[in-house]
Design a binder for this molecule. Structure first.
Ligand SMILES: [Zn+2]
Length: 275
């Protein structure tokens, strides 16, 4: 009788394992198909117009980004809030910038993120959390926010405002999705999951030194390539240096070469070399 029960339990366990293996295989096959699927012309026009950073990308990265946008739009749920009408323009503009952070990397496609809520304008927040689970931009009027196990919330006017100038190092989509990468390991602490364990020591050393330097600059009211908002806490620092890495790569490389190299190694990209 005991042997029958053990056998039944083993069969049950085997079936569960098989289910998850099959699910992963089907997800991988679907992503591979989406990655190779054609990128609609209308979408390319949207990206060219709304995401100037895209126009800087080498052709191979553009092609890779098309696949990432296809997957992102198929897997994530976009919800219009506050009277906004959801359009392909909104989805593609957001997906293309989120996808920039995934280029050239082994990625899990923001695994904790299901939904992107989009408001028409900067919005007044109804909830404030201080328990570290949510990263909120601003006090009551918000440009965007990123929840650890929930949605990314964006204001469409901030999205468009942030993408149109690609040299001001302000880009709310790059910022919020950098928070998503940071939050993937369960804590928003400015340390995303690195490719190798051996990388953490150098990452912690360089980023904490630069973070403290930015705090000092903020206090002394000195100029900085990075937004002083990055001096708020280590999570904001990572989000802000990500914006700077993509939008002011050459200035960052010149003035903060070690920080640039850490981000180059993490993002597997070298934006200073882009035209
Ligand atoms: Zn932030």
């Amino acid at each position: 009788m005991v042997i029958v029960k053990i056998a039944a339990a083993l069969v049950g366990l085997g079936l569960i394992v098989l289910y998850f293996v099959a699910k992963r295989m089907s997800r991988n096959a679907r992503r591979k198909r989406l990655s190779a699927a054609p990128f609609p012309d209308e979408w390319e026009q949207i990206v060219k117009k709304n995401v100037p950073l895209y126009n800087r990308l080498p052709d191979l990265l553009k092609e890779q980004l098309h696949g990432l946008v296809n997957i992102f739009i198929a897997e994530k749920n976009f919800e219009a809030c506050g009277g906004l009408e959801m359009t392909d323009e909104i989805k593609v503009t957001i997906a293309a910038q989120a996808g920039m952070l995934l280029l050239n990397r082994k990625t899990r496609f923001f695994p904790k993120l299901r939904t992107i809520l989009v408001y028409p304008h900067t919005y007044v927040a109804k909830m404030v959390s201080s328990d570290g689970r949510v990263t909120v931009e601003g006090q009551s009027v918000r440009l965007g926010e990123s929840w650890q196990n929930g949605p990314v919330v964006l204001a469409w006017n901030s999205v468009i405002g942030g993408t149109s100038n690609i040299t001001d190092a302000r880009n709310v989509v790059l910022h919020e999705f950098a928070h998503q990468l940071d939050q993937e390991d369960g804590s928003a602490d400015g340390a995303p999951i690195l490719e190798h364990r051996s990388r953490y020591a150098a990452w912690a050393c360089v980023l904490s030194e630069e973070y403290e330097a930015l705090q000092k600059k903020k206090k002394a009211r000195r100029r900085s390539v990075m937004s002083k908002y990055g001096a708020t806490n280590p999570a904001e620092f990572f989000a802000v240096v990500t914006e700077t890495f993509f939008e002011k790569p050459r200035q960052m490389q010149k003035r903060h070469p070690e920080l640039y190299d850490e981000l180059k190694d993490y993002y597997k990209l070298d934006p200073a070399e882009w035209s």
